[in-house]
Design a protein around this ligand. Structure first.
Ligand SMILES: Cc1ncc(COP(=O)(O)O)c(C=O)c1O
Length: 390
């Protein structure tokens, strides 16, 4: 049976070029980048070269790039590295759990957090951030693109607010990287986190921009790797893979791939919206369209269980994500969709379709050939319709 993977915001496969770039660094060039012999220096120069690539991607100096294990570590580093008891922190209620759970832990250590709620479109109003500022506000952290809706946040405006308030600013760019151009100078941020596996690189590796002079304490201590900002022997194959994925992402940003992807997403969205009792989460703010990354659409389906639809589509060969997450064994509706004001049923009955940048017209045709029938079938047997479920 045909399989179409439409869950790119969860993770992406390595592109073959990434795999090829990494290959020599597992066995032939296996050296420790800290060793002074030739084997070590080969690894060291590969890491340096990758650092230059990342600096290009972020628009920063190579010395401002720190390699790490991915988005969770970057997010955690920003918060634990800067916030101390008595500090005030501003973030949003629609961040990834890597931010929200870190803020929760910091609350018990005397850091107070203000969570800015989004508009019903999923967009964060910079004015709300301005209004939340206090004398003690030390850090603002806002994501570039939301993982569930794809909505792009006004990071440039928030950067200006942070500048005028002399507050540090971190951007979780995990879902934006490779989908929109990054420019840390234009964004006005001090810190920015990305993760390789969301952009066709390997899992368990990422990078952070740390603006020169930002007094961030490292999360891990040990050796003097990464200018003492992240201890631990460098994951050389992973770093090389990340850099290759970044080169390919920069090409995609300029060669029409993103526009092609947006057109595919729009066709997919329009096709699904032809089914009655459906709508898009996060596409409109009043009568204004909100900017979204090109590959994502989040759609609600009335009168069915989202999880049942995820399973039904999986059985037909289509991989997507639902609007609920499993927390401690219980299925909870997505905190992002709830923050946007959806009721529990609608949040649960929402699906995220996130296309790979390699998606084709045939992929979209296939998804559109299976979704209406699956929806119709589930609605016919749905306990939501039958009223057995509130
Ligand atoms: C917005 C966002 N931030 C952070 C992360 C965590 O990244 P990683 O999987 O590299 O730890 C994710 C992953 O889903 C994400 O979507």
């Amino acid at each position: 049976m045909r399989r179409v993977y439409a869950d790119a915001n969860a993770t992406t496969p390595l592109l073959p070029e990434v795999m090829e770039a990494m290959r020599p660094f597992w066995i032939d060039h296996f050296g420790n980048a800290s060793s002074i012999h030739q084997d070590g220096q080969r690894a060291h120069s590969a890491v340096n070269q990758a650092r230059e690539t990342l600096a290009d991607f972020f628009n920063c100096h190579a010395a401002e790039v720190v390699f790490n294990s991915g988005g969770t570590e970057g997010d955690n580093t920003a918060l634990f590295g800067l916030l101390r008891p008595g500090d005030h922190f501003i973030t949003t209620s629609i961040e990834h759990s890597a931010i929200l759970e870190a803020a929760k832990r910091l609350a018990s250590q005397g850091v107070e957090t203000t969570f800015i709620e989004p508009h019903s479109s999923g967009w964060i109003d910079p004015t709300a951030i301005q209004l939340a500022l206090r004398q003690e506000t030390r850090l603002i952290s806002v994501m570039l693109a939301n993982n569930e809706t794809g909505v792009l946040q006004p990071v440039e405006e928030i950067g200006k607010i942070a500048l005028s308030a002399s507050t540090f600013f971190h951007i979780d760019a995990v879902q934006g990287a490779g989908k929109v151009p990054l420019d840390v100078r234009r964004f006005g941020c001090h810190l920015l986190s990305i993760s390789a596996h969301k952009m066709h690189g390997p899992k368990g590796v990422g990078a952070m921009f740390v603006r020169r002079g930002t007094p961030i304490e490292s999360l891990l201590v040990g050796g003097s790797h990464e200018r003492r900002r992240r201890a631990g022997t460098e994951n050389v194959p992973g770093i090389v893979g990340l850099a290759k994925a970044v080169v390919l992402a920069m090409n995609s940003l300029g060669d029409g791939t993103i526009e092609r992807l947006a057109a595919l997403r729009d066709r997919l969205e329009a096709g699904i919206l032809r089914i009655s009792g459906t709508g898009v989460n996060g596409a409109w703010d009043g009568d204004k369209p909100v900017a979204r990354v090109a590959n994502t659409t989040n759609i609600w389906f009335d009168n069915l269980e989202g999880e049942a639809l995820v399973i039904a589509l999986d059985l037909k060969g289509v991989a997507v994500s639902g609007g609920s997450a499993c927390h401690s064994g219980a299925t909870e509706p997505s905190h992002v969709l709830m923050a946007m004001g959806l009721d529990k049923n609608r949040a649960r009955a929402s699906l995220r379709f996130s296309l790979l940048k390699t998606a084709t017209d045939h992929d979209v045709d296939y998804i559109l050939s299976v979704v209406p029938e699956a929806v119709e079938h589930l609605r016919a047997i749905s306990p939501v319709v039958a009223g057995t479920r509130g």
